[in-house]
Design a protein around this ligand. Structure first.
Ligand code: SF4
Ligand code: SF4
Length: 404
């Protein structure tokens, strides 16, 4: 019963960290040539990775990094799953004494925080990013990058994920709204008890229908949903309950308000979108991103790390090109890992896209030159690669299309 409750909490209450012990774990019967995989120390993730590896018959060393009990995507965006985190996990685990090779497979969604070039220089290990979902690891181990279909590198946010995230969205929103709702219920009788199923239903609809609601993910989609649900409410309330005019206006307004708030919150629950708060706070209307071809060394790492399928490879030059501007949600994974500073953006760096982290980022950026002032792609390249304080590995990158 306790395990069942814990699983329920971990699945639907993932807003809160739930740490498991970091360190090196054997999965199956690993030997000296078995793969070494890195993951976060969010208990649910570790359990899912172990279950999948066991199911697929993969013997491996699992290096659980200390990410404060936070899942990979949020930890990387929030600065808890970084190059330093992996360096420290490697150095304290004793894994180098267990294997003869030095190949390390990182979760793709850690790319926002982990710079593979710096990691290689600091540890001597050969890091590379595995597929976005652990269920594709067997294919990846079998054939390397070429066996990972492009679609597997693109976060898809399929129906089961949308249901889980819809529940998380409803749960976290209720925690946030519970106290104000209880207070207002003193004057508006029944508001709290009607709002509990309302918030859950609207959260689920926002998440499940997100691809089909009009507008872009965020307040636009939430507002559209609110209008549709309140229109249905008007019809039903007149036919069944015969509500008076002011009552109808009050409840429809409440539905639109709640749906819009949930729509604002929803993008932060998927690596496909970012929360609207940055646009609202800093006036960045649209993410802009460009490749400086003179600098690009064609390593392909931007395509590997991008969860939103923004880049493609130019068949003639083998350099990266931007093919899907609007999909970029400013996670910063490509900026973190491009060895040649060949990517220009109108945002300075990545950060977690959930409303809470985006709000913190916006507050910290207040008063600084706003993101979005410089139009990418308008600068003339002055050097062929970076050589900044990060580990510049551009010369190596020119000869490698997959790993540093
Ligand atoms: S293009 Fe945008 S979404 Fe893709 S990795 Fe770069 S910052 Fe992230
Ligand atoms: S050099 Fe940068 S822009 Fe070019 S392919 Fe590599 S990561 Fe992408």
């Amino acid at each position: 019963m306790w395990n069942l409750l814990k699983d329920f909490w971990l699945l639907f209450g993932r807003l809160f960290p739930f740490p498991t012990k970091p360190g090196l774990r054997p999965v199956g019967n690993p030997g000296r040539s078995s793969p070494v995989l890195v993951t976060c120390n969010f208990e649910l993730t570790v359990r899912k990775v172990v279950q999948t590896l066991t199911r697929d018959g993969i013997d491996a060393w699992l290096l659980v990094a200390p990410t404060k009990g936070i899942n990979v995507w949020c930890a990387a965006g929030g600065g808890h799953f970084t190059t330093d985190t992996v360096v420290s996990a490697l150095k304290t685990s004793g894994v180098e004494n267990r294997v003869d090779h030095r190949e390390l497979i990182l979760p793709q969604l850690s790319a926002t925080g982990v710079n593979v070039w710096a990691l290689k220089k600091r540890t001597g290990w050969e890091p590379r990013f595995g597929p976005v979902d652990i269920k594709h690891l067997a294919a990846y181990l079998g054939g390397g990058e070429s066996s990972v279909a492009r679609a597997y590198r693109h976060v898809r946010f399929e129906l089961p994920d949308r249901i889980v995230m819809g529940t998380n969205l409803g749960f976290s929103s209720l925690l946030f709204l519970a106290l104000p709702l209880l207070v207002v219920s003193i004057w508006v009788r029944g508001l709290f008890w009607i709002s509990v199923p309302l918030v859950f239903s609207l959260a689920m609809l926002n998440s499940v229908l997100v691809f089909w609601l009009p507008g872009k993910p965020g307040v636009q989609k939430g507002f559209s949903l609110g209008l549709m649900v309140s229109a249905a409410f008007v019809v039903v309330s007149q036919a069944i309950w015969g509500l008076g005019g002011w009552q109808t206006v009050g409840w429809t307004g409440w539905i639109v308000l709640v749906a819009t708030y949930l729509g604002y919150d929803m993008p932060g629950w998927s690596p496909l979108w970012r929360a609207d708060v940055k646009e609202l706070a800093l006036g960045v209307k649209r993410t802009r991103i460009a490749i400086v071809p003179q600098r690009c060394v064609g390593c392909g790492l931007c395509r590997i790390v991008c969860p939103a399928n923004v880049f493609a490879r130019d068949a003639e030059t083998e350099k990266a090109t931007v093919v899907n501007h609007d999909a970029c949600q400013a996670c910063g994974a490509c900026l973190e890992n491009c060895p040649a500073e060949a990517i220009e953006t109108n945002f300075r760096s990545g950060h977690c896209s959930c409303p809470a982290c985006a709000a913190i980022h916006a507050a910290r950026s207040f008063g600084q030159p706003a993101d979005g002032q410089k139009e990418p792609g308008t600068e003339t390249a002055t050097s062929s690669h970076c050589c900044d304080s990060k580990t510049c590995a551009a010369p190596d990158a020119a000869t490698s299309t997959v790993k540093p």
